[in-house]
Design a protein around this ligand. Structure first.
Ligand code: DQA
Length: 155
């Protein structure tokens, strides 16, 4: 069974109350339910987590890599600052899709740069909670495709 870890960074625990004009009224618990329903429809095993602490996210990225899982990550503000998350993703070997609720490119300049995008398979932003579902579908397709490819030769 394909395993996908959906990881959420700082302040996403406040969704629903936090700047609703930007992030909407959907809570993280609502998003978790949408993700679990979509995961079930796609036949995926889902792990869904949130932390405000960078090191927790690093640990969870390493854990996903060790399990051969894929990652969908909304790293929140750490997207724009964290070399540690970037190195964790690169080192884990886990296919990773970066997502955001808001269209970060339509916002302040400091949100236009992502340190994790270069080590991710791709980026989805601007679709609200649907960004999570598109991210799940994207990582699923990448993992199915990779599983079909012949393994590199040992010689
Ligand atoms: C966010 C965008 C980030 O710039 C911001 O720091 C967040 C949320 C989003 O989902 O739109 O915390 O990742």
């Amino acid at each position: 069974m394909i395993n996908v870890h959906v990881l959420n960074g700082p302040n996403l625990n406040l969704l629903g109350r936090r700047e609703p004009q930007i992030y909407g009224s959907t809570t993280l618990a609502d998003i978790e339910k949408l993700v679990r329903d979509k995961g079930e429809a796609l036949g995926l095993a889902i792990t869904f987590r949130q932390s405000n602490h960078e090191g927790h996210l690093v640990d969870w990225i390493q854990e996903a890599g060790a399990q051969g899982a894929g990652i969908v990550i909304n790293a929140g503000a750490y997207t724009h600052t964290s070399i540690a998350l970037r190195d964790a993703i690169a080192g884990s070997g886990a296919p990773t899709v970066e997502i955001h609720l808001s269209n970060v490119h339509a916002r302040e300049g400091f949100r236009h740069r992502s340190l994790i995008a270069p080590v991710s398979v791709g980026v989805i932003c601007g679709f609200g909670p649907t960004s999570y579902l598109l991210g799940l579908e994207a990582v699923h397709r990448v993992m199915v495709e990779r599983a079909r490819l012949p393994k590199p030769s040992q010689h």
